[in-house]
Design a protein around this ligand. Structure first.
Ligand code: ADP
Ligand code: MG
Length: 240
């Protein structure tokens, strides 16, 4: 599980995370909602150790992410992360894009890497695109390739940062369906999202971030149906 305890994080004089506490259990799906600049992305990058924290601690399966002794490369294999914009290698096929880390990071043979990559690409509905170059894919297909690439590393957790925000509206559904499938399969996920219907239907808990504070967290029915904090109510009234 992921345990976040009283995490403070600043960029220079700007305090972006002001004491975040959150525990995510194995198999849980937590959606993170909130206004722009509230610290959602920063939290994700702190969880997988891309960013240092100032105080507090983040512990993943007993390993303290920011401890000096922690092997971050090893830890990151456990925690996949998928961003809003996927940087595919344009000169590599879809299959090659997914096999790359399997070969370079995990040291898999070409054959084994291709088998794993093909399986995960099939899983996200891209089984017929293995030999295609990423430039030929739609935005939604590119994001599904990014998800397949994360899955190929057999992570225990996946962090999703607004993976549908850059997509044309008609492509959002196919990516959300993929996330929903993973959730149903029991993947432990933290999803920063603007898709309130997804947050309501798929997550076990929804966390509302406001100005670096987790202002409210609860079951989707509570957050969307009976938010307790005025900030939550105001945010929801503006996005709906
Ligand atoms: P959100 O994802 O909720 O929109 P972010 O976590 O991206 O918010 O950003 C929170 C705040 O931290 C913003 O004010 C943003 O400008 C600032 N910030 C984010 N990353 C950096 C960085 N690398 N350096 C300086 N400031 C940053
Ligand atoms: Mg963000």
């Amino acid at each position: 599980m992921i345990e976040i305890e009283n995490v403070h994080k600043s960029f220079g004089a700007l305090e972006v995370l002001k004491g975040i506490d959150l525990t995510v259990e194995k198999g849980e799906v937590v959606s993170v909602i909130g206004g722009s600049g509230s610290g959602k992305s920063t939290l994700l990058t702190c969880i997988n150790g891309l960013e240092p924290i100032n105080t507090g601690r983040i512990v993943v399966d007993g390993t303290e992410v920011h401890a000096a002794s922690t092997d971050l490369n090893r830890l990151r294999r456990k925690i996949g992360i998928v961003f809003q914009q996927f940087n595919a290698f344009p000169h590599l096929t879809v299959l090659e894009n997914v096999t790359l880390a399997l070969r370079k990071v995990l040291g898999k043979s070409r054959g084994e890497a291709e088998e794993i990559a093909a399986r995960q690409l099939g899983h996200v509905g891209l089984g017929d695109k293995l030999k295609v170059y990423p430039g030929r894919l739609s935005g939604g297909q590119q994001q599904r390739m990014a998800i397949a690439r994360a899955l190929a590393m057999s992570p225990d957790y996946i962090l999703f940062d607004e993976v549908t925000s850059a997509l044309d509206p008609q492509l959002v559904g196919e990516v959300l369906d993929t996330l929903k499938l993973l959730a149903e399969e029991g993947m432990t996920m933290i999803c920063v999202t603007h898709e309130m219907n997804f947050a309501r239907d798929v997550s076990h808990r929804v966390a509302f971030f406001h100005k670096g504070v987790m202002a409210e967290i609860g079951a989707p029915d509570q957050i969307f149906g009976a938010p307790e904090r005025p900030e939550t109510r105001e945010f929801l009234s503006n996005v709906r």
